[in-house]
Structure formats: structure tokens, C-alpha cells
Design a protein around this ligand. Sequence first.
Ligand code: NAG
Ligand code: NAG
Ligand code: NAG
Length: 175
Amino acid sequence: MVSAGELLLLAGLVLAVAATGGFSQTNHLVTAPQTTQFLEIGSNFKATCMIINTTEVTADDLYWKLSATTVSKELYTKLNESAISVTIPVTGVQSEWLFCMAKKGNSPYFFLHAGKFVYGVLLKKGYPPGKPENVSCVAVQEKTTISTTFRCKWATVGRQTSDVPTKYTLNVVVI
Ligand SMILES: *[C@@H]1O[C@H](CO)[C@@H](O)[C@H](O)[C@H]1NC(C)=O
Ligand SMILES: *[C@@H]1O[C@H](CO)[C@@H](O)[C@H](O)[C@H]1NC(C)=O
Ligand SMILES: *[C@@H]1O[C@H](CO)[C@@H](O)[C@H](O)[C@H]1NC(C)=O
């Protein structure tokens, strides 16, 4: 005998953000955020680049590259002598690398350690999932006892892209 239990449902959404990456202790540039970002198409993304553990370069030597394109200086903000930030519009669906780089023509140290003067963060893009609709659950009820195992379903809302990992958290309270 199967009947619908009386269930109060609260559906919540959590965007799971995977943390990947890391950087060498001896790297001279680091960005914030440091790791892969999941961004909403149409939004703006702000990143900061900081010079660490060196006086070979200053904020004026820093620049940003998005994939193979140098980002226009108009989008930079110099924060202090060792940090700049950039704000870029998030367009297109393709994942892209945003690199902070430094350039200095006449420093032998820089020339020999150019690899330490670059830091990249991977930008993954997508449309955010909406709050699911039409959530319903069915549980087996025998007299006053409702089974602890039950079946729930819901309709997803919004454009889902494989680049945006989505975790649905369902909180169920039996009343
Ligand atoms: C600074 O650089 C030196 C030499 O490259 C390295 O040994 C040291 O670990 C670095 N310190 C930090 C805090 O990154
Ligand atoms: C420069 O600005 C960055 C970002 O706000 C900050 O983390 C850093 O401590 C600042 N450095 C100095 C020397 O003020
Ligand atoms: C939820 O159910 C209503 C009524 O049946 C329907 O109009 C609506 O399209 C459903 N939502 C989704 C996302 O399927």
C-alpha cells in the first residue's frame, strides 16, 4: 500500500566550486583568486595580481593576458607599487586562461627567470542554474509510520552547462 506522506520540502542550491591549481613557492607573481573560477556569462570578473618576494619588477611592469590577447591597460587599476587589478567582462562560453605577466627589458634576473613572472587562473564560464521547480516527494506510509527512504523529483530551471557543476541539496522535514 503506497500513499503520499505529508512532507515539507525546502530545496536549496549550492554551486560546487572545485579548487585546483597551486603555485610554486618561488613564483614572483600570484593572483587573487588563485584557482579555477566558475563565472556567469555576462558578468564582470575582477582579479588582482601581486608581486611577491622580488624587487626586480614593480606594478608598472605588470600586464594581463586573456588567452593570447593582451588586456587593454584601461581595464587595469594600480593598487600600489606591487599590485594591480583588472576587471574584464565575461563573454563567450569557451574556458579561457587569464594570465598576469611582467615584462622588463633590461634585467638579467628577469631574463633568466621569466617563468617565475607569470601566473594564470582558468576561467570557466556558464549560465547559473535556477532554483528547481515542482519538487515533489513520495514516501511509503503505514499507519503513523513514514518510511525513511523516499523518492523525490524536481524540474531543473535555467540553462545548464557542463562547465558549471551544480549540486542540489534537498532538505526534507516530515511534519
Ligand atoms: C623567495 O625566493 C627565494 C629564492 O628564490 C626562495 O628560496 C624563498 O623560498 C622565497 N620565499 C618565499 C616566501 O616565497
Ligand atoms: C598592495 O595591494 C595588495 C592588494 O590589495 C596587498 O595585498 C598588498 O599587501 C599591498 N602591498 C603593499 C606593499 O602595500
Ligand atoms: C512546473 O509545473 C507547472 C505546472 O504544471 C508548469 O507550468 C511548469 O512549467 C513546471 N516547471 C518546470 C520547470 O518544468
